[in-house]
Design a protein around this ligand. Sequence first.
Ligand code: SPD
Length: 391
Amino acid sequence: MMKKHVLALAITAIVLAACGKKEEPVATPAETTPPVAAAPAAPTGPVLDEEKVLNIYNWPDYITETLVADFEKEFGIKVNYDTFENNEALHAKLVAGNSGYDIVVPTAGFGKKQIDGGLYQPIDKSKISNYANLDPEFMAKIAGVDPENKHFVPWAWGFTTVGINKQKVEKALGDMPMPENAWELVFNPQYSSKLKSCGIAFLDSPSEILPVALHYVGKPPYSENPEDFKAAGEMLAKVRKDVRLFSSTMIDDIAGGKACAFVGWSGDINIAADRVKETGGTDEIVPLLPTGGGLVFIDTMAIPKDAKRVNNAHAFIDFYLRAENGAAMANEMNYPTGNKAALPMIKDEVKENKTIFLSDEDTARLIPTGGFSNDIAGTLNDTYNAFKRGK
Ligand code: SPD
């Protein structure tokens, strides 16, 4: 898939270069006019708000090191950057209104009901000169929840999966071979009871755990049927005693050795792996690619209905869509972005990492992004809370 993109880009570049040469006017000496001092170009740039501030609300550990500082320096805008740990927390802020945020980063499937509820204003694409950097195929996926891509601009994507500390899991399992479907490690008591000793961690949110639990018990991951939730709840109850912690900031927990098997996000698991290596650790942290499929998520930038600095928000979105910023997100954070123009700038070692840019076979197994309606929210929350409380 990646190779196809790179090849397509290379071909496009060659064709454009060839066309460019043909069209270039060649001045003959007779036609040459005397040089005239060029008037200084009028400064062009995005329209900004009078108030040189931008308030952003994003997930933790989800931004490259210098992005905010680079934007502040270039645009003279002070960025206030806060984080939330799950979609439910972001949703509560938006529903309460007057959040004060100019850009928020909902997961597309979850955010559908926020669009339907009128919580976002449309993006003005005419203010985003780098919009064309986005991959149309990727945008078509988002259009499934946001028709015509009116509200959501991709931030990054990944998949929810099972990650392991390889050495610790192998030791805890002893003679027991690794299961073919990695979800067994955390959802089947035969495995979880063994991994309990080195620690199992789950993401801490109903909308993270229930889709993968439903999928594991053979139900639609975004089911609207309470009976399906009953089946998922019964399965979860059997492994509850083996779960050590619930966390949405798992990088430290994994790298610090608090858990050996975890339900987490692909990029975060890879960041934890890098951190272990950087600090001289020898344990291998790996996001697995379950035969039962990982759950795709696409996180997106959106502008709340009542945002005050809408021009600054558009300037930031445009800045983020520069090819080099998209590439940095993959290179530094292990998350691809949907920015097609960034692909040639992504390091080979990242492109070749099959847990970041998946093989066609693993891509085919992914569980597509989706979301629950408000009608099932009560059942979703009750099932999750009963699991977490162990009741
Ligand atoms: N480090 C934070 C990564 C954020 C991932 N968002 C995932 C949303 C999945 N529903």
